[in-house]
Structures are given as structure tokens and as C-alpha cells.
Design a binder for this molecule. Structure first.
Ligand SMILES: CC(C)(COP(=O)(O)OP(=O)(O)OC[C@H]1O[C@@H](n2cnc3c(N)ncnc32)[C@H](O)[C@@H]1OP(=O)(O)O)[C@@H](O)C(=O)NCCC(=O)NCCS
Length: 173
């Protein structure tokens, strides 16, 4: 994993374009006209210290997706963790490994006490990622997420600092 730089914008946009059929349902930003400018805006936003986004790299350093922390709540030392993968790079554990690394980074380096992973109750692949990393299921938040086809209930998973750190001792930065 590594942080994105502006030169990645084109590759990110093409990864999104290659994955629209799988992404659009769950990620409202994944629109049909997603382009390099939109990827650039995302990269620039990630240079803000309250946004942490990392590229997930496959063999040959190709961009296979992203994983990051957002919605920082400094007062409570809390943030949300999100991820997506190229449609043709699922089923290989990239999201699971990235989530472990980013959660570990958030707790060890940023001092977060609580990391939330929230997904639609209909998003089974995403729920399986949270389960695989050992996040704890805390319940279902009613009508928590607005997606293109309407309002969805959301599973609330959490990793907290006192759980013990997930995954290997490596920093993704
Ligand atoms: C959610 C999403 C990232 C999950 O992708 P994924 O490929 O299922 O997740 P992983 O990369 O962790 O891969 C796990 C799969 O690879 C398999 N796998 C292979 N090698 C593995 C390894 N070393 N470690 C873990 N899993 C491995 C697992 O068995 C699992 O397969 P299964 O789902 O059939 O049980 C993907 O579906 C996606 O991008 N969806 C659209 C965006 C989205 O919904 N994001 C989340 C919004 S809340």
C-alpha cells in the first residue's frame, strides 16, 4: 500500500471505470462519468491531515483498490474505515489485508481508540471483510446509509484499541 500522488489520477479513474458495475451500487461517488479530474480531487483531499487514503497495490504495483480512514472525530479519537477493489481483483484477500494494515495504522500511528466499519446490511462481501479482520459486530443501525437505490440499514462493526491490534506489524504509509 502507499499514499496516492497526483500522477495516480488516471490509473485510479480507469480502475473505477473498470469496476463501475460492482461499485456504483455501494459507493455513491462511483458515477458513470467518473474521470481523472474526480480522481485528482480525491487525491488532493487525501493531503488533508484529517483524511487518510491509501492505494492498495497488487503484483507489479498495479492499483487494485483503495482503503482509508475518514469522518475523523478527533474529540472521541474515532474514525470510519472504508475500502473498494477493482471488480476483477476481488476474491484474493486484498481488502482484508488492507483493512488490517489501515486499522493498525489508525490505532498505532494516529492514536485512534475506535475504528468503525459500516456497510449496508445487503452488502455481504463487505460484511465478510469486517468479519475476517475480527471486527466486532455491534448491531444494525436503522436506515443509516443512503445509497443510489434508497436508504439502507447498516451493520456497525468496530475495532477498538483495547481489542489488540489486527494483522502484521507493518505500517502502510
Ligand atoms: C467489499 C469488497 C472490497 C470485498 O472484496 P473481496 O475480494 O470479497 O474481499 P478480499 O479482498 O478481502 O478477499 C476476500 C476473498 O478472497 C479470498 N481470499 C483469498 N486469499 C485470501 C487471503 N490471503 N486473505 C483473505 N482472503 C483471501 C477469501 O476467501 C474471500 O473469498 P470469499 O468472499 O469467497 O470468502 C468488494 O466486494 C468491493 O470492492 N465491493 C464494492 C465496494 C464496496 O462495497 N465497498 C465497501 C463499502 S461499505
Amino acid at each position: 500500500m502507499r499514499r496516492p500522488v497526483e500522477e495516480d489520477a488516471e490509473a485510479i479513474a480507469s480502475a473505477v471505470q473498470a469496476s463501475l458495475s460492482g461499485l456504483a451500487r455501494w459507493m455513491p461517488w462511483a458515477v458513470a462519468d467518473y474521470d481523472t479530474e474526480m480522481a485528482l480531487a480525491w487525491i488532493r483531499k487525501k493531503s488533508d491531515p484529517t483524511e487518510e487514503g491509501f492505494l492498495i497495490l497488487g503484483p507489479d504495483d498495479e492499483i487494485v483498490g483503495t482503503c482509508g480512514l475518514n469522518r475523523f472525530d478527533a474529540m472521541n479519537a474515532r474514525a470510519e474505515l472504508g475500502y473498494w477493489l477493482r471488480g476483477d481483483r476481488t476474491g484474493r484477500g486484498f481488502a482484508t489485508r488492507a483493512t488490517r494494515l489501515v486499522a493498525r495504522y489508525g490505532i498505532e500511528e494516529l492514536g485512534l481508540q475506535r475504528i468503525e466499519i459500516i456497510m449496508s446490511t445487503r452488502n455481504e462481501p463487505s460484511r465478510r471483510v469486517a468479519e475476517r479482520v475480527g471486527a466486532r459486530h455491534e448491531g444494525v443501525l436503522r436506515r443509516r446509509i443512503r445509497l443510489p437505490d434508497g436508504q439502507h440499514d447498516g451493520h456497525m462493526y468496530s475495532i477498538v484499541a483495547t481489542d489488540g491490534l489486527p494483522g502484521p506489524a507493518r505500517n502502510p504509509a
